[in-house]
Design a protein around this ligand. Sequence first.
Ligand code: GCB
Length: 599
Amino acid sequence: PIKSLLILLFISSFTTLFAQDRAFSDLLQNIDAREKVSLNGLWDIIVDPLENGYYNHRLQPMDNGYFKNAKMQSPSDLIEYNFDTSDQIIVPGDWNTQMEKLYYYEGTVWYKKDFNYSAKTNELVYLYFEAVNYEAIVYLNGERIGTHTGGYTPFQFEVTDKLKEGDNFVVVKVDNKRKRENVPTVNQDWWNYGGITRSVHLISTPKTHIADYSIQLAKGSTTDIQGWVTVENGSDGDNVEISIPELRKNVKSIVKNGKANFSIKAKPTLWEPKNPKLYEVTIKTASDEITDTIGFRTVSTQGSKILLNGKEIFLKGISIHEEAPFKTGRVTSKEECRILLQWAKELGCNYIRLAHYPHSETMVREAEKMGFMIWSEIPVYWTILFDNKDTYANAKNQLTEMISRDKNRAAILMWSVANETPEGEARLDFLTNLTNEARKLDNTRLITAALDTQSEGEGGKMIEDPLGKAVDVIGINHYCGWYVDEPQKCSSVKWASAYDKPMIMSEVGGGALYGLHGSKNERWTEEYQAEVYRTNIEMMRNIEFLSGLSPWILMDFRSSRRPLKRIQEDFNRKGLISEQGMKKQAFYILRDYYLKENN
Ligand code: GCB
């Protein structure tokens, strides 16, 4: 019996390991380097607030919804929709800023795109969406191929056998209705931009292909590059070769259970903000080859310090929403990413908090090239339903997709699992489970969360939220001089912590309308905002366990919580820069702090 128990134990540990091993293998890694056809550009749309194209009048899903893309065959036909004569909008992009009548719209919009395809032998084709906000039901040539929930992470469907020679069409039912059980929930302080907000591609791979890989320094080591490669439709025993020519490294591994593990001893120049060194890494199998640019660094904590490559580093940061400069709406191009990042450079930053959801892969890659350390987060925001199983599954899925996509980006130091969540038992379980999940998927990075739950103690503000136990780095959002106290009081505010862990002021700040001037006691003036920054910087100088900050926020951004006429006009005005690119006084206060102080 002991023997069979051992066998059972062996099998079960094997299967859990295996399941974990395969956790990532769904999404194709590094889509930029793949052979692909863009499905960006104009798509036909039908706005469908009643979901008439999905449900019949008895509210049952129909077989012949709009996804059939039906056309009249004879003059007597009754078809009450027609994609070919409908409005069009651009993908990638949100609908709210592309059509005036859709500015406040939340609900279903049907998207349709025609495209041409010609099959090649021994090829697989994936339909890949970089992001759709919020729920997507995808149909190819009238047939449903799958769904996805969550507005900021990629998803794909293997569609090889569903494609036709010649003309094809894809229809996507996009629904951004807010729901209590969703992640985020029904209230959020940013615009609920709907649509196919990021690029869409048809990606081709050889039938047996490299699907996913992880290549990073092992935790705590600067000389041991470890990783794995998953091969789709491969066989045990297949060869995989990993090379880093600049380091004169070339190792071979063998596929076992769909996956090849490897380890490379090397002495790479380590990635850091002042020298964001990236290496070309090539992975080769008998039928496939892919090259990525990858950086190597370590990140750890020691007491209240954050160490990058073993050395203490202070994170001089700024929070950023994925909001496009000048045109507003969602960021849709590399150029827009670069403008935002260039502003962060001018500000003297070495660090950015990409709030409040995973930004595009382009943003992350551009930031990495420019030497920004990154905090990346999922939209577990405010009071989501912490005791709801589906809500947890949704959050976990978004976390998995975020880590899956970006696990090879050295620039990302931290995964954040939550922002300003209220203390409570269900929330503590929920978020502790998420942090465990994040560590299981990636044991090389730090886990954090932004908290606003500090209490008032004798020594000042006291950080003792029990979630502090579960994270490696504690983020604190605190609006001294804006939501609490007058700016003049902030300089003397003291902080204490129950945890011997690094603390980052993940948010601090106040609002100002660019060009509005007055006294520093007058809300919305640039002078008021500048004073908030001045006094909060003084407060932060006194926090011994502070290891960085990412004030709120780089640029004014649209939010439906901000209706104040003449001032907000649907914008959160806490930007250091207006949405038209004009720098406010506070920009220079923070810049002085970052550039002049030896921190
Ligand atoms: C916060 C939130 C952020 C808001 C900000 C504000 O604490 O985390 O999403 O936009 O405050 O401006 O109130």
